[in-house]
Design a protein around this ligand. Structure first.
Ligand SMILES: Cc1cc2nc3c(=O)[nH]c(=O)nc-3n(C[C@H](O)[C@H](O)[C@H](O)COP(=O)(O)OP(=O)(O)OC[C@H]3O[C@@H](n4cnc5c(N)ncnc54)[C@H](O)[C@@H]3O)c2cc1C
Length: 328
């Protein structure tokens, strides 16, 4: 970090994605001093929205779901009431490599008119998150009574709210906290490709398409439809193996992804612009037991802590860890 924590009484939450934001918010709500830091320029993590050609587009998570009656559903209802989130659809297309096949209905998916990052920014409002701070080393508390340290400075507790492989490399090998992050090697990559067309030429009720049996594509979202502005923009996500083969040169996937999207959706038009974004750690390959980890003053939370990886799981994990640390 560029400067040490202001107070060793504070819990230092590292990572301002939705799990770190929920954790920091739960701590602040229980009046526990908390600092929230992130190496990125803005909060959001994998709920990433970027401005391209003057328009916001979602590059990471496509949507969120909220189990009815859950605490997260109450948070989502609040966002909907304030116009930050909107119910998008409960039905997506199913495609194969050679065309659209079917439709599938499931739970209501929510999207954000201002991009999903806006939801994390809303959660951290008032918490004064500190951007551009990269944590390099976290040393857990020990039996000799030494406090947890973050880059050499003592803290009340440290929370690592990030993908397990990123958290694990901050911890000493052989520590119990390092060992708790077993499964870190199973995390899968993805590459997202934003495709901007001259006009919309896919079915108006497509919303999004799960793509089966493709070596390239796993999913395509209609970004104009989910964000509500009708822009002719699709966001395609590759399958993990294809991403893994191109992590060093994500731009190389653009041509095969364009071809795969056109074939899967039956499009004649070519996009007028395409941009690739790499996610080295997109989703865990296995889930931990429990809602969060806490050992020797080091807490870990995120989407690997819960039944299945999702935005809602990450929120619930961070919220649970914050309450656990606050003793409420
Ligand atoms: C391509 C893609 C598609 C997805 N689709 C969906 C979907 O449709 N629906 C759904 O529910 N979920 C989806 N997800 C998953 C969802 O985005 C995640 O589950 C959720 O956003 C995880 O939040 P998090 O806070 O646990 O981690 P993250 O959002 O990854 O946040 C971790 C934060 O830690 C910071 N950080 C890391 N290391 C350091 C360090 N050393 N120092 C300081 N800061 C650090 C990072 O900058 C980052 O901001 C998708 C994810 C991806 C990548």
């Amino acid at each position: 970090m560029t400067h040490p924590p202001a107070s060793s009484d504070a819990v230092l939450v590292v990572g301002a994605g939705i799990s770190g934001a929920a954790c920091a918010r739960a701590l602040a709500g229980a009046e526990v001093p908390v600092r929230l830091v992130d190496r990125g320029r803005r909060p959001g993590g994998r709920m990433a929205s970027r401005r391209l050609d003057g328009r916001v587009v979602d590059l990471g998570a496509s949507y969120l779901t909220a189990p009815e009656g859950s605490p997260f559903a109450a948070v989502v209802d609040g966002w909907v009431a304030r116009g930050l989130a909107r119910p998008w659809t409960d039905t997506f297309a199913v495609a194969g490599p050679d065309g659209l096949r079917d439709r599938r209905t499931g739970p209501v998916r929510y999207a954000a008119p201002g991009g999903l990052r806006a939801l994390v920014e809303d959660l951290v409002e008032g918490l004064r998150p500190e951007a551009g701070l990269t944590v390099a080393a976290v040393v857990p508390a020990d039996d000799a009574g030494h406090a947890v340290t973050v880059d050499g400075a003592p803290v009340r507790a440290a929370v690592l709210a990030m993908p397990d492989p990123q958290a694990r490399r901050l911890l000493p090998e052989g520590s119990a906290a390092h060992a708790a992050l077993h499964g870190a090697d199973t995390w899968r990559p993805a590459i997202a490709v934003v495709l901007r067309f001259g006009e919309r030429s896919w079915p108006a009720d497509l919303h999004g398409a799960f793509v089966h049996d493709s070596d390239v594509l796993g999913w395509v979202a209609d970004d104009g439809d989910r964000r509500g502005d009708g822009a002719p923009v699709l966001v395609a996500h590759t399958v993990p193996a294809f991403a893994a083969a191109h992590l060093e040169d994500p731009d190389a996937v653009v041509a095969p992804v364009v071809a795969a999207v056109r074939a899967a959706l039956g499009l004649v038009a070519e996009p007028v612009a395409a941009v690739a974004h790499r996610w080295t750690f997109s989703a865990p390959g296995e889930q931990h037991d429990g809602t969060s980890g806490l050992v020797d003053g080091v807490g870990v939370c995120g989407d690997a802590w819960g039944e299945r990886s999702s935005v809602g799981t990450a929120w619930a994990s961070g919220d649970a860890l914050g309450r656990r640390l606050a003793g409420v």
